[in-house]
Write a protein that binds this ligand. Structure first.
Ligand code: ADP
Ligand code: ADP
Ligand code: MG
Length: 668
């Protein structure tokens, strides 16, 4: 086959991926004037990347094998939309040489290296053999063809324990086992093989010396089809959990200028060994003194934005230019390192439950505005579903600043200002990790997260008086927003009635904890909030995007709130809180037991009487309906008994606390 035009100019790009990276690639492709084609599975019909692209093609069922990993359907999607090139993103088929070859056979430009380069570097074993020849320092180990157990265990003995058993085709930290003694080896080999076979369809293993408490340092490289190859500095990705990166930064705060040049030169040598074309990453582990090659990723990496922020280069743009057949726009000595960048991966997962993925619909998605050094690469929006089929990474938040300290502060502030509800996220965990003393001081290794887990995945804090007041403020602000949408509402001024002093009691609970009460006093004169021990002068003014200003005793603070039925989420100066608003309408049976008088929990209008005096009612039977703030609330029998009296009629306007009905408990 003629390879002379492997890379050539194109106008339509198909992105063979989903989520954050598909959106990221579409953004740059569009800015370069390209037409973009998204692909999606049945589970992703409403996904963000689908709506961003100019065109989108359904690949098939949710299972990746039937959709994002299905080479035939991807090629067919390109044919149907007239796409001339394919960007594989990361994960999925991004390092699959057969896919690169299939693209070529279909006369599509593959945005990445050639299938041959991928084959040479894509397997960890193959690439190590190659690097050995090229004189790149390696972690000592076995990366031969023979896979019988005797060979593998002999190699492990020679290398010396602890060793790391790795899937040669591995990625994403899968198919990897630390083995500390000879006795653990055989079961580790069996299970690593099984995992590798299932995840990558290839069960070949290699064995490496396990470097204790290492750092992960990697170098971004990019080559063009004219023989130019550049290194774009290094990233440090030492903060990992289960061999998966969590926080990444550039440059590495561990290296000095001489060490930086040394590792970058080693990376250029590594990529140069295959005359590499496209964006790639050379990964090393470091024992604190030296760096050792572990693998090459022949694709764009999740953490590429930190490199973009310190170099000012758009790596996707450069990937596309290389794919057009252009030369790289800069030479090595024109690449400058500026400031510091740090990235956190936002996942739908629960750090308090062993990082179990959290699936469901994103009900609230409020991320801070991406301004002044803060960048957000998201793949999801409010209302999107997080399905169990794919990686649960929702977004990446990346901060740049002149110094590492300032970049950490900026990113932390960004994380602290994010409110995501509906699925559980690791955002509070990321914030705790980023501000951990050892992270600030850069005294870290790849085991830090595991060791410090108890301090990082904290259970939620208990609300103080401030949060209780903020909870009332959130409810009042929401109710007020509801009435104020009605023109000429008589309730536009704060409070229910313009005359007299009135009180309203709110009760909240955290989990199964005790009820905590706050009394709001309003009407003529200033409003106050009382928690029993303290009384505060109180004002609330609604803001935007679920935020409002709460003024307590003259100090104004910004509070973010999400009210979902009776569940309140609050973010205050003290952190994040989840409170349950104990149903003032008595929907919760335990709150009602023993109360034989049915009282109006709020001022309102009686709109329906649903039971007759003298009748016998089951527990929970409807008695009457009250309309409050245009919401109907049905008051129910708190226990089984006889409806002794109804003390109101339809149309009555009743005050909070007014006795509306009385139920007599059933005698034995
Ligand atoms: P690695 O961990 O392999 O060194 P990266 O940090 O770039 O490299 O992570 C790539 C990993 O991201 C994949 O192995 C996979 O677990 C995950 N992934 C793959 N596809 C997606 C996607 N579309 N969205 C989010 N994460 C993905
Ligand atoms: P993957 O393809 O899953 O990214 P890697 O070979 O890059 O696999 O390893 C993933 C992570 O595991 C590394 O970032 C590093 O933290 C750790 N690791 C890999 N090899 C070694 C080793 N020999 N000693 C100690 N840690 C290692
Ligand atoms: Mg890796």
């Amino acid at each position: 086959m003629d390879r002379s035009n492997l890379y050539r100019r194109f106008r339509t790009l198909l992105i063979a991926n989903r989520g954050e990276i598909a959106c990221r690639v579409i953004r740059t492709a569009r800015a370069m004037g390209l037409r973009t084609v998204a692909v999606y599975s049945e589970a992703d019909r409403g996904a963000m990347h689908v709506s961003m692209a100019d065109e989108a093609v359904l690949l098939g069922p949710a299972r990746a094998r039937d959709s994002y990993l299905n080479v035939e359907r991807l090629i067919e999607a390109a044919r149907r939309t007239g796409a001339e090139a394919v960007h594989p993103g990361y994960g999925f088929l991004s390092e699959n040489a057969d896919f690169a070859r299939a693209c070529l056979d279909a006369e599509l430009v593959f945005v990445g290296p050639t299938a041959e380069m991928m084959t040479a570097m894509g397997s960890k074993s193959g690439s190590k053999a190659l690097m050995e020849k090229a004189g790149v320092p390696l972690v000592p180990g076995y990366h031969g063809e023979a896979q019988d157990e005797a060979t593998l265990s002999g190699a492990a003995e020679r290398i010396g324990f602890p060793v790391l058993v790795k899937a040669s085709a591995g990625g994403g930290g899968r198919g990897m086992r630390i083995v500390r003694s000879a006795a653990e080896l055989s079961p580790a080999i069996v299970s690593a093989k099984r995992e590798a076979k299932a995840a990558f369809g290839d069960d070949r293993l290699l064995i490496e010396k396990y470097v204790d408490n290492p750092r992960h340092i990697e170098v971004q490289v990019i080559g063009d089809s004219h023989g130019n190859l550049l290194s774009l500095f290094e990233r440090e990705c030492t903060l990992q959990r289960r061999h998966q990166k969590v926080i990444e930064e550039a440059p590495s705060p561990t290296l000095n200028a001489a060490q930086r040049e040394k590792v970058c030169a080693a990376a250029r040598k590594a990529a140069g060994a295959v005359n590499y074309v496209g964006a790639g990453t050379i990964e090393f582990v470091s024992d604190g003194k030296d760096v050792f090659f572990i693998e090459m990723n022949t694709r764009l990496q999740v953490e590429h934005p930190v490199t973009e922020l310190i170099t000012g280069i758009d790596l996707v743009e450069w990937q596309l230019r290389v794919a057009f057949g252009e030369g790289l726009p800069l030479s090595q000595d024109q690449i400058r390192l500026n400031g510091h960048a740090i990235e956190a991966r936002v996942y739908a997962e629960n750090p308090n439950k062993n990082f179990m993925p959290s699936v469901g619909r994103i009900k609230t998605w409020r991320l801070p505005a991406a301004v002044s050094g803060l960048r957000i690469d998201a793949g999801y929006r409010e209302g999107d579903a997080v399905s169990p089929y794919y990686d649960a990474m929702l977004a990446k938040m990346i901060a740049w600043a002149p110094t590492r300290e300032a970049a950490i502060e900026r990113l932390n502030r960004g994380l602290e200002e994010a409110d995501v509800r509906g699925v559980v996220t690791n955002i509070p965990f990321l914030s705790a990790l980023l501000t951990h003393d050892k992270v600030r001081a850069n005294t870290i290794d790849t085991g830090l997260i595991e060791r410090e887990l108890a301090n990082l995945a904290r259970p939620p804090a208990a609300p103080s008086d401030f949060e209780l007041c903020a909870a009332v403020a959130a409810i009042v602000a929401e109710e007020r927003a509801a009435v104020c949408t009605e023109a000429r509402s008589p309730w536009q001024t704060f409070g229910w009635m313009p005359v007299g002093r009135r009180q309203r009691v709110f009760a909240f609970r955290v989990g199964h904890g005790p009820e905590q009460k706050v009394t709001l006093t309003y009407g003529n004169g200033p409003s106050t909030l009382s928690t029993g021990e303290r009384e505060f002068a109180f004002e609330v003014s609604p803001g935007e995007n679920g935020r409002f200003d709460l003024t307590l005793d003259g100090v104004k603070s910004q509070v973010a709130a999400v009210i979902d039925g009776h569940e309140l989420y609050l973010r205050t100066r003290n952190g994040r809180f989840d409170l349950h608003w104990v149903d003032p309408f008595g929907g919760e049976t335990e709150e009602q037991t023993g109360e034989d008088k049915i009282v109006a929990p709020l001022p309102g209008t009686v709109v329906a009487i649903l039971a007759q005096e003298g009748t016998v009612l089951d527990k929970g039977a409807a008695i009457l309906t009250l309309e409050v703030m245009k919401m109907e609330q049905t008051l129910r029998a708190p226990f089984a008994g006889t409806l002794r009296a109804i003390r109101c009629k339809v149309g009555d306007i009743v005050q909070e606390g007014a006795e509306l009905a009385e139920v007599e408990p059933q005698g034995d």
